[in-house]
Design a protein around this ligand. Structure first.
Ligand SMILES: [Zn+2]
Ligand SMILES: [Zn+2]
Length: 559
């Protein structure tokens, strides 16, 4: 082996997902420094919140890999959750490489591409779990795990420097409600052959014990549905086919017809049928059927578990749904957990349901109507024992979660651990795990139809406007500096009247007038001077009356 060959290694470079739960995008690369053959594992989104006004979807900034797309071999998809595939429809066509994934993930990606009219721009290549796909010196295998939607997979990379396993999202569930089973044998076999690095889901690493099985949740749901005297509505994550199947089977046993409300849920049910996870024996009725069914003969499956204001459940809680109404004595089950940040919205729905007299069941240790799809500490240890990696790299978590997994792995005797951060290239094999380089990373916002920078794009200004509002002032002057018309002013997002009962706009116009008069003709010949003076005067006047300074725009017209 020459000296040069010794610097060739397999490394990971997250552009999203290390330090946040969401927008997962991990680049893996075989080569030297930043000159590598790259693989993109997942291409997900995060959702906007109050800090990103007007933005629903946040994507990873992929400029680094877009600049190197000739070196990118493929986009490899682990599973179909939005935090793993949500950015594919917006980014894949810019990269020009095929997207590899199992059937269910590709079905959902294709639906999204069709909505955007991009289905001909992106090549989708269906893979079979258990088979090796070669890309030059590196081969990849999809390994089935258990999670909270159909076809979750880990990925194994076989490189000249050894094997690296990327777990994707997983839990170890010995009794899932839909196939596949967790691949105990394959992980053990890879462990026997030797694994250089395990890059592992950290979402629940701070929680001791094991997450309950889907079967336990199915049993609890069955019990509740069998005993319910009136209508039952169940809301869950729309992609959770295992849960949907458990609910449908319970409904059938209880002699209830299943009515589906919500576009996303119907779309997933259709995809689940195509991959054979729901068979045509199960009947799903449209929401129009709801009104015709007896109170104890219907079960409603609906979207809205996160309190989304446009979802079916929120409209039902407002008693404003076109086809569906619930009343005193009916039951709503939240077969879900509340994603941090959505608490207010969810409790608002629960309160409105309570006003209608509807009973609500949410997940508690006593009423197990939901379980997480991510591994707790016992499950992580079990995977460590199967795989026996030389080094462990936590991913898919905030730093709190990744740090917790690092500690767990160290206590479990794994020889080496390292923390990843977005934008850092970390060597995985051969060891030691070390940061080799740092590159630009960040966020993009989907703003309307456009992708904008997350850091200094338009949302920064919008955030500011949401605190202070905006004032526009227009003045007409001639070229000698004479005033040729009354000052015009519009204020948006400011209080209408002052504490003395004056109109705020009048107060601000007076301030602008006085400033303009006071400038003198000579200084009024310069646009910049006029703009600066009026802006200052209006901001001062607003501050004196209101205690806050708005954004002020001054438009000068020369007539
Ligand atoms: Zn995830
Ligand atoms: Zn997931």
């Amino acid at each position: 082996m020459t000296d040069l060959d010794q610097d060739v290694d397999f490394a990971v470079l997250p552009l999203g997902g290390a330090g946040e739960i969401g927008m997962n995008l991990y680049l893996y690369g075989w080569g030297r420094g930043l000159n590598r053959k790259w693989f993109m594992v997942d291409c997900g989104v995060m959702f906007g919140d109050a800090s990103t006004p007007g933005i629903d979807i946040i994507l990873p900034d992929i400029e680094f890999i877009e600049d190197r797309r000739k070196d990118l071999a493929a986009i490899l998809i682990t599973h179909a959750h939005e935090d793993h595939i949500g950015a594919v429809p917006y980014l894949a066509h810019r990269l020009g490489v095929p997207v590899y994934g199992t059937k269910f993930a590709l079905l959902l990606i294709r639906q999204k591409l069709e909505e955007l009219g991009l289905e001909d721009e992106v090549r989708l290549k269906e893979v079979r779990a258990g088979k090796k796909y070669s890309f030059g010196e590196v081969a990849v295998e999809w390994i089935p795990v258990t999670h909270s939607l159909p076809e979750p997979n880990a990925l194994a990379f076989f490189t000249p420097a050894g094997t690296v396993i990327h777990t994707g999202d997983f839990k170890i569930d010995r009794t899932p409600t839909i196939p596949p089973e967790f691949s105990f044998d394959r992980f053990r076999q890879l462990g026997d052959e030797g694994v250089e690095a395990l890059v592992c889901d950290s979402t629940n690493a701070i929680r001791p014990g094991r997450s309950p099985s889907e079967r336990e949740v199915a049993a609890e749901l069955r019990k509740i549905i069998m005993e319910a005297p009136q209508r039952v509505a169940v809301t869950t994550f729309s992609s959770h086919v295992g849960r949907i199947r458990a609910v449908v089977e319970a409904a059938e046993e209880a002699g209830r017809e299943v009515v589906v409300a919500g576009f996303a849920m119907r779309r997933v049910i259709e995809a689940a049928r195509e991959v054979g996870l729901l068979d045509t024996r199960h009947r799903f009725l449209d929401e129009e059927a709801f009104g015709y069914l007896e109170r104890d003969k219907v079960l409603l499956l609906c979207s809205g578990s996160q309190g989304e204001p446009n979802a079916a459940l929120s409209r039902i809680a407002d008693d404003a749904h076109r086809n569906i109404a619930l009343e005193e004595g009916d039951l709503v089950i939240f077969s879900s957990f509340t994603i941090p940040g959505n608490e207010k919205a969810v409790f608002s729905v629960v309160n409105r349901l309570a006003m209608l007299g509807v009973e609500v069941i949410m997940n508690t240790p006593e009423r197990l109507v939901h379980t997480s799809g991510h591994p707790r500490q016992e499950e992580l240890r079990e995977l460590y024992d199967l795989v026996r990696p030389k080094r462990l790299i936590p991913m898919h978590g905030e730093f709190l979660h990744m740090r917790a997994q690092q500690k767990l792995a160290e206590e479990h005797g794994i020889g080496e651990t390292a923390l990843m951060a977005d934008g850092e290239l970390l060597r995985l094999a051969p060891g030691p795990a070390e940061v080799l380089a740092e590159v630009e990373s960040g966020q993009w916002h989907l703003d309307g139809r456009l992708l904008t920078p997350g850091d200094d794009g338009p949302t920064k200004q919008r955030r500011k406007l949401s605190y202070v509002g905006v004032v526009a002032v227009s003045v007409a002057l001639d070229f000698k500096g004479n005033i040729r018309g009354a000052v015009q002013l519009v204020a948006d997002g400011l209080p209408e009247v002052t504490e003395h009962g004056e109109l705020m706009e009048d107060v601000l116009i007076d301030a602008a007038d006085a400033a303009l008069e006071g400038m003198g003709r000579a200084r009024r010949r310069n646009d910049e001077t006029v703009i600066d003076t009026l802006r200052l005067a209006v901001r001062r006047a607003a501050r004196a009356e209101w205690g806050k300074k708005p954004v002020v725009h001054v438009l000068v017209q020369r007539v």
